[in-house]
Structure formats: structure tokens, C-alpha cells
Design a protein around this ligand. Sequence first.
Ligand code: SF4
Ligand code: SF4
Ligand code: FES
Length: 291
Amino acid sequence: MIIPHAPVEAPPRTLELTLDGKTVTVTEGMTLLDACRQAAIETPTLCYLENLTPVNACRVCVVEVEGSRVLVPSCARKAEAGMVVKTDSDRVRHSRKMVLEFLGSSVDLSTAPDAQRYIAEYDADPSRYGPDAETVAQPVKVDNELYVRDYSKCIACYKCVEACGTDAQNTFAIAMAGRGFGAHISTEFDVPLPDSACVYCGNCIGVCPTGALMFSSEHEMRESGTWNEQEQTATDTICSYCGVGCTLTLHVQDNSIVKVTSPIENGVTSGHLCVKGRFGGVYVQSTSGEV
Ligand code: SF4
Ligand code: SF4
Ligand code: FES
């Protein structure tokens, strides 16, 4: 009798490279950012997210690769055998600092904690471009009840476009429009969100690194000075609107759900939700039975 065997998977292939003078072994297919993280080398990122395709838009993650004329974005460049990589050279630090200064001088980063932390770490001084530096300042777009768009805070990282497109939602309600400094996120023909293809999944809010896209609840609380993350709790639960079983993280302040997210590492959602999970929290708080 022939006993069937389960197919034996080949062990993952590994390769060696040099990171900041140390030889490290990584699995084939890993990026330089993955290699840095494996080696506990902290690397700044703004446009990168584990659940999105790298777009190399921000260039804050650049590293120096021996033999390469230009600095390379570690979030997208695959590790290769024999690579010699410097992650903290003067050239790398200078480039990261410049990027952060450009962003800090033109964009409101007041609700972007990661960018603020990097600015401090790299001793960047956005104010050195002076008070007349070109900015993307503009009025906040408030055109629906669920979320606001404040493009004064937009660093053009493309994350929202990717989440609205093939990386998650496949709705394509938003895209990058314009060129150069005038490049900006827009709906088709710049129509208000309710007239666009938007289905209000909020996945763009979930990935935005700067607070340019924000729940109306958070925006209103920040405006009135009542937003207080220290007083908020985050509780995971399972969405009961359908059988998929998405994990919802309910952020609660003063006994009210102030926003809903989902863990990026969750196997069901990868951090993405639909309109019911993202914004249906209001139903929990409804005392009238209406939403
Ligand atoms: S809420 Fe969803 S559909 Fe609307 S713009 Fe954002 S990602 Fe696209
Ligand atoms: S709105 Fe947010 S996610 Fe979209 S490009 Fe701007 S900063 Fe990135
Ligand atoms: S994080 Fe790598 S280019 Fe933006």
C-alpha cells in the first residue's frame, strides 16, 4: 500500500549582508527595512505600512548601499547577498533631516507624532526656511458626517490612495492630482466626498500617518479641546454586523466610542474595515433606537 506523504516544503533560503559593519543573515525576499528591523536598527518610515505596497514616496527611510550612486529607500529595496549597507552615515542622516525639514516647513505636522519624533531625532529645523516658506495650508474639508479631510496636514504619502485602491478597498475614490508642489489628493474632478465614489469604509483614515484624514468625532473634540488620548481606553471586540468576524478596536473616552480601528496584524482585517465596522459604533450609543 502506498501511504501519501504531505509535500515537504523547502526551507526558506537565506542570504548574508553587512549592516552597519555587522554581518546579518536574512530570509530571501526581505527588504533592507525588514533586515534593519530584524537587527533592531530603528529606521524612520512615513509612506511605508506593512499592509500596503511600498511606493517610495517619502524617502525618509533611505540608506547607503556600497556601489549605489544614490541613496536607496530601504522599505522597497530587497536585500541582496553581499550588500554592504550603512544606515546611520552622515549622508543618510543629512538626507533624512532634509526630507523632514521640507515636510515640516510646508505641512502642518501637529497631529503626526511619528514625524515629530523623527524631526527631534534628526535635529531637523523646519523653521530655517523662514516664515515665507511655501506651504500646503488650506481650509479643512468638512463635507460629510463621518470624517474630515485636512490637506494642510497631507505629506502626499499615497497611503490613502493605496488603501482606497488595490491594496484594500478597490473603490478608487481618490487619487493624486496635479504635479510637483501642487500635487494633492483629490476625488474625481475634485467633487465633494458625498458626490464621489467613496463608500466611507474609512480605510484611508486608518492608514493616514498625519491626521490629515480624521474621524469627525476626533476632529470636533480636538477643536473643542476635549480630545485626550491619555484618558482613552482601547478594547478589542468582534464586529457583529456580518459573519466575517472583523476585530474592532473601540477607542473610548468619557464612556463614548470616539473612533474605531482594527489591528494591522489581525489575520481577518489586516487593519481594514467596512463602513459598518468603522462607523457603526454610533449604533451602540444610540438611545433612541435610531442611527
Ligand atoms: S473612505 Fe474608503 S472609499 Fe472613501 S476615500 Fe477613503 S478609502 Fe476610499
Ligand atoms: S491624506 Fe494622509 S494618507 Fe493620504 S497622502 Fe495625505 S498624508 Fe498620506
Ligand atoms: S518609508 Fe520608504 S520611501 Fe517612505
